[in-house]
Ligand binder design. Structure first.
Ligand code: PLP
Length: 621
């Protein structure tokens, strides 16, 4: 377990069972579990091919319950006289079944939704029917966005339009005059509190979104002049996603609470404070403020927000607001697991060649001697020698002095030296910097049936680290070290950052691949942002996805969402597959006429071509 640190990032949903398989406990500590390997086999028997995204709706429910429980506990503990009303930012994952589940599981908590664009607004207006739930409208807005939002207030939810730019207030005032509807407005403030990590620049004066303090004053003045200052009821901030340090959250809530009370003092009818997203996910299980982790629990997060806000409101005798958070990552990440298979592997040559022969190049002799003499004391120095002798061999080859056969032998000797050095280095407490890379150079390449660009774009775009590990054979020692190479013809289509025993490493410990047996890997905690940000590089489409729910007797497959077929991805780039089939038929006719193809081949080609178009874009065996 320690190897992949599953006890850190997996709790309480993922663990390893006695059969050496991953167990999923979708209800967290509330009981019920599934063997993931057996589940995948059962799904394959239903013709659901890999790669396969499995969504556990019970995990989603558990995340919503936890977040609400933490805020409610903090509210009770600090005697906070307001309530918590969370909203889910649908940008994290807009998939229909997931949003349906979210609305359903959120009902007992009046959990609402947040949108950041017009199309997202369309979804939410149609989906959110929870009485009293909040609908927070963020993002850049035009007149149409604002009018739709104002009219939709009549549907029964509390809809709040958050101003991100000063001009939006003019649109609101105009729409109010025309429609006669009174909106609830918010302002998104650019805090001076600096975020942290990858999204640290989401705040500050030059941040992309929100209003500076002078701009907020301008909005207040405009509303006051129009006699509409009572429209302004919410103050919002978002200091970036995946905040790894609790101190940043403490500083932000302090500054935001001050702005809130000032707005109330200026005469706005303040009722809501929206703390945005940022609640982190512990991807590496280390509970540190490293960018792949977070140094606080969900309860610490809720406590610090509630306590600080209460204090500052009390100090200024301002009633506490309804507290809103827009946690996306912390709600949606855990519920989906991506399962994919290994297709083959490739290794550097590791067998030791014959000793040097009479007349062979001196480079071969030196490499051989280096290999024989490597030991604990000299391995670092001899690594440099091996590199130098290999480079010499290549130079001699380029000058035409070394034959291909000799070059091959010198390269094999070089790899043998590296292998011997690596074995020694692995036993050392401290590995010298220059040898750190050796592990990666020597790693096997595991070719995986997946597109990183489609299924884990953040791995490629921002070096995001998701937990990845085999879902079976975990009772067997993984003696190989590998990196993962995907199906795309792109050298960036690889994964070479993994969570390891102690930290993040460039190689993953894996089992020896046996071509006659399937070898399944799982990528965990990737339910937020990945699906919608995924792209069609090389025309690998959406993967198959299923929704699973635990039942007293086992589990139930609630929905199967078939992945894209080749026809579907081709239509995204404006191909008409009927035309394409017709084109192939006509070319076959011509080839037949010119006797380049037999009738049987003609028939087979056409049949295969047509059938392929309706198939999955990934490889199947
Ligand atoms: N709210 C806003 C305005 C955002 O921009 C984001 C994402 O960056 C979120 C909420 C969700 O943040 P997180 O996924 O960190 O909870």
């Amino acid at each position: 377990e320690a190897l992949y640190r599953i006890e850190g990032w997996g709790q309480p949903y993922f663990s390893i069972n006695e059969a050496g398989h991953i167990t999923v406990s979708p209800k967290g500590d509330r009981g019920g579990s599934l063997d993931l390997f057996e589940l995948v086999n059962a799904l394959k028997q239903r013709n659901l091919e890999l790669p396969l995204l499995i969504r556990f709706s019970d995990i989603l429910e558990d995340r919503i319950e936890r977040l609400n429980a933490c805020f409610n506990k903090a509210i009770a503990h600090y005697n906070y006289s307001g309530v918590y009303r969370g909203v889910f930012p649908i940008k994290c994952n807009q998939e229909r079944h997931l949003i349906e589940d979210l609305v359903k599981f959120g009902k007992p908590h009046q959990f609402g939704l947040e949108v950041g664009s017009k199309p997202e607004l369309m979804i939410v207006l149609a989906m959110l029917d929870t009485p009293g739930a909040l609908l927070v409208c963020n993002g850049y807005k035009d007149r149409e966005y604002i009018e739709t939002a104002m009219l939709a207030q009549r549907l029964g939810q509390t809809l709040i339009i958050v101003l991100e730019q000063v001009e939006e207030v003019n649109l609101v005032i105009a729409a109010n005059r025309e429609l006669g509807i009174k909106p609830i407005l918010g302002v998104r403030a650019k805090l001076s509190t600096q975020g942290i990590g990858r999204w640290g620049t989401s705040t500050g004066d030059r941040a992309k979104f929100g209003l500076t303090i002078p701009e907020i004053m301008e909005v207040v003045n405009k509303l006051r002049e129009a006699n509409l200052l009572d429209f302004l009821q919410l103050m919002h901030f978002h200091i970036g996603s995946q905040i790894s340090s609790i101190n940043v959250i403490k500083n932000a809530i302090q500054e935001a609470s001050r702005i809130y009370v000032e707005l109330a003092t200026l005469g706005a009818d303040m009722k809501y404070l929206d703390v945005g997203g940022g609640l982190g996910v512990d991807y590496d299980g280390s509970q540190t403020n490293f960018y792949t982790s977070k140094n606080y629990s969900m309860q610490n997060y809720a406590n610090d927000i509630v306590a600080k806000l209460k204090d500052i409101c009390a100090e200024r005798h301002i009633p506490v607001p309804t507290l809103i958070s827009e946690s996306g990552r912390a709600i949606a990440s855990h519920q989906s697991v991506l399962i994919f298979d290994v297709l083959s592997t490739s290794d550097v040559p590791l067998d030791l060649p014959e000793p040097p022969q009479e007349g062979e190049s001196p480079a071969i002799k030196y490499l051989w001697e280096t290999y024989q003499s490597i030991n604990q004391e000299n391995y670092q120095e001899f690594y440099h020698d091996a590199v130098q002798f290999k480079e010499e061999a290549i130079s001699r080859f380029n000058l035409g002095i070394l034959h291909l056969k000799e070059r091959a032998k010198s390269e094999r000797l070089y790899w043998a030296c590296c292998q011997k050095i690596l074995k020694i280095a692995r036993q050392q407490e401290y590995v010298p910097d220059e040898l750190e890379n050796l592990e990666k150079i020597m790693a096997s390449i595991y070719y995986i049936n997946l597109s990183v660009f489609q299924s884990a774009p953040d791995c490629w775009a921002i070096d995001q680290v998701f937990p990845i590990m085999p879902i079976h054979r975990l009772d067997e020692e993984p003696i190989q070290r590998g990196i993962l190479a995907d199906l795309t013809c792109d050298s960036d289509g690889k994964i070479d950052l993994f969570i390891n025993r102690r930290d993040v490493k460039s190689v993953l410990e894996l089992h020896t691949f046996k071509s006659e047996e399937p070898y399944y890997l799982g990528m965990f905690l990737n339910g937020a942002y990945q699906e919608i940000m995924g792209n069609l590089h090389n025309l690998f489409g959406n993967t198959n996805a299923i929704h699973i729910q635990l039942t007293p007797k086992g589990y139930q497959i609630q929905h199967v969402v078939k992945g894209d077929t080749m026809s579907e991805v081709l239509s995204y780039v404006q191909y008409d597959t009927e035309d394409m089939v017709e084109n192939i038929r006509q070319r076959c006719e011509k080839a037949l006429e010119e006797k380049r193809i037999s009738l049987t081949e003609f028939q087979k080609l056409l049949q295969t071509y047509e059938q392929s178009l309706s198939r999955y874009t990934y490889l199947s065996f």
